[in-house]
Ligand binder design. Structure first.
Ligand SMILES: [Zn+2]
Length: 176
């Protein structure tokens, strides 16, 4: 459940931003939104690109706050831990780009946002990774210590299976 929920909320973040900014014709798909032409102001496209990761960070933040204030159950922690799985793309790009200097034409939210704003991509991605790492550490601590390793293992396994099931079967079925 954590995977479809977090991915769809992420994409709805993009979609809502396009709608609010009056960019028409954008269509929701299971893994992305499509249809925004380049003939819109750069700041508007950048805002809409950034709205997805921002929605993801908001989910993580809400889970972290709930975990801190309510002593909430493993399900909230699991959602918070699984939701930001997309940052592996940004982290992989950052590693490749830093070591080999390649990948300037890659296509993912954080890079597109930086490009549209004329920002260097590395600090943007590093900031996001730092926030996510902090939240993951915080959420992990919210798991009961005696069951932490088992719960973490099942959350990681479940998250991986969830991503596979969503990308290969459920997602294309729900939102082609
Ligand atoms: Zn996105």
């Amino acid at each position: 459940m954590a995977v479809p929920l977090s991915v769809v909320l992420h994409e709805l973040g993009h979609l809502a931003a396009y709608r609010v900014l009056g960019i028409p014709g954008v269509v929701l798909h299971f893994s992305h939104v499509s249809g925004a032409g380049p003939d819109h102001p750069g700041w508007a496209l950048a805002t809409a690109e950034g709205a997805g990761p921002l929605a993801t960070l908001a989910i993580v933040a809400i889970c972290a706050i709930l975990a801190a204030t309510r002593g909430t159950g493993p399900a909230t922690v699991a959602l918070g831990l699984v939701a930001p799985f997309r940052v592996v793309v940004a982290a992989a790009w950052l590693s490749v780009h830093t070591v080999w200097g390649t990948g300037n034409s890659a296509n993912f939210d954080e890079l597109n946002l930086s490009r549209a704003m004329g920002w260097p991509a590395q600090p943007v991605i590093l900031l996001e990774l730092a926030l996510v790492a902090l939240a993951l550490w915080w959420l992990t601590r919210a798991l009961p210590p005696e069951r932490r390793r088992a719960l973490l293992a099942s959350i990681i396994l479940g998250g991986g299976l969830g991503v596979a099931a969503y990308w290969l079967a459920l997602g294309p079925l729900l939102l082609p």
